[in-house]
Ligand binder design. Sequence first.
Ligand SMILES: *[C@@H]1O[C@H](CO)[C@@H](O)[C@H](O)[C@H]1NC(C)=O
Ligand SMILES: *[C@@H]1O[C@H](CO)[C@@H](O)[C@H](O)[C@H]1NC(C)=O
Length: 657
Amino acid sequence: MASKDQTLPSLLVTLLFLLLFSALLSRISGLESVVDEKEKFSEDLLIRPLSDGKVLSHFYFKNYQRTLGSAAHTHVFPKAISQLVSKFHISELELSFTQGRWNYEHWGGLDPIASSNAKPSGVELWALFDVPLNQVDPTWRNLTHALSGLFCASINFLESPEGVASPNLIFESRLKSGADGFVRYGALPREAVCTENLTPWLKLLPCRDKAGIASLLDRPSIYNGHYHSLRVHVKRSGPERAVVLEQTLTIVLQPTQIREGGMKELPHWSLTSLFGRQLGGKCPVAHSSHVLLELEQSLVESVKASADKTGGKVTSGVDIPDNSVFHVSPYPEAVLVESLDSWDVPKFSSVMLEYDLEKYRSDQPLNLAMHWKQKMAWSSVRGPFRVSRFLTGSGNEKGSIAIEMKKNFNVSSENGDSSGGDLLEVTVFQMVPWYVRLYMHTLTARIDGNPVPLRDITTQMLVTPAEDRLHPAVLEMHLKLPRNMVSLSLTVDFDKGFLHIDEHPPDADHGFDLPAAFLSFPTSQTRRLYLNHQAADNKDSSLIQTLNEAGSLYVYTTILLVPLATPDFSMPYNVITFTCTVLALYFGSLLNTLRRRIGEEERLAKAGSGGKLKKAIAKFMEGKSENQKKLIKVSGVILVAAIGVTVSYVLEHFEAL
Ligand SMILES: *[C@@H]1O[C@H](CO)[C@@H](O)[C@H](O)[C@H]1NC(C)=O
Ligand SMILES: *[C@@H]1O[C@H](CO)[C@@H](O)[C@H](O)[C@H]1NC(C)=O
């Protein structure tokens, strides 16, 4: 009885303690949320079925740090990046590692994902520095070294000014927010990209690939794809100069069903079929974590048309996640529709299905899947122009580079194009290494096949001539083109330079890769405005916010392979083998002569087993004194040595010739 009386008060005390403790805990978590305001991490995955049956996956990780400095303590933001930004006074930086070629025709050209993630093959790096002009090049050099250490890549090859440009016009629209400073741009078209670059990139994420969206990154599936591009973008923005780090990985994969069952199979896919994994919840420190499935405008249009044909309900009543064409499972938490601000554009717009990863955990994972019920043909939104670059001419002496733009559709002022009147603006940036010697006076422009004077279409042109082994040639043009034109071609002639034998890469006969040319269309907007009315708690997907931002369209051409005259790399080999043969002969006979004892040979010759030569020698030696014999031997050796030396001298002489 007494013990029971005692338990009641002790229980009360425990309860009181628990209450106090929970109050304390909530205070602490309140503090944490205050701390979190200084840093914010969010993760998103956008999946988009492509019109050629492939699937685009875009991983997007955004990390925000409000203050920078030695006193700032970081929980989530990678220290390596904040140190890099403060040490090299970076205002903006973008580094991309890409393998494969973006298919602008089938994968889209006029959307924010394609515009900022379709990158040229290899490594591309550009940075805007907030330092005085005389400090820019040393800072760039140190930055390339730091980055190559950070990402395990040979970015340090960009330290020499031979492959670095300082562009002006092309970055004008990108850096429009009054950013001043100096830009440097470099590209390594031949750099191979693999897991050793992905692993350091993952290390910058707070959960690496252990939790959250990055846990899908299964190496064999990623590197099996048709295209993959790893990108790091750092920017300082706002009055407080907060650092925003965006890490993206864009992959185009072929769903396995097609590969197994032939082209007739429908392109069904699911997270497990694409990556071999499912999503078991978000990264615990992420502020928001979303998986988005984007359906393109023309797909939505076809789905609605098909629903109308099969006697479905009125057009607006089609259930996008489950209709007569495909079925998406599980059912999304939200369906966002792109809002088009102008009336003239088609009635159909792209649709985004949203899944919040907060609702999934490891015992109840998300395995997003899309099951097609019938084959559907649709097309992606293409950019206003199809851009290609090629070489003309043959032989190892000269040729010309041509950039050709062909119109995809009639660009009207309503079609996503805001300003510019009846003129279309294009900026072209091209960096050419010094060994391709451009003749700028041969630069000609043709519109629809007819030559036009350059001054009629260019508003600004900046040319930096190349200097041998010092600077590349850089050509930047700002063009204003008539809207009714169909094609434009720009050609410039060049001579191929000769490289020293040491300057050739190991497989020189492969040729040299010229970095991709880079075009921007400032009047074509790539914005996709998705408004989410449900997300009122500011837990909106940060990728959707990025898609909502206006930006101009960027297009890269492919890299160009230029064969250069190569020296005869087998010549040194021939000389070495020849000289070695002569030396071997010389030393062989020398040793032979020194080793043999003449007396014994005489004896053998007398025994009658020797050949004619030996007999002749024996006869010659007969009757000579010991001294005379020695003299004859030594002179024989000297004769052989002299022949050897003469032959090698003559050979050296020939090589020099
Ligand atoms: C670049 O690095 C070198 C060697 O570490 C250093 O001496 C130099 O001051 C650095 N320059 C800049 C501009 O950071
Ligand atoms: C573009 O416009 C021209 C005339 O303005 C017209 O003849 C042509 O058919 C149009 N092309 C497309 C693809 O709409």
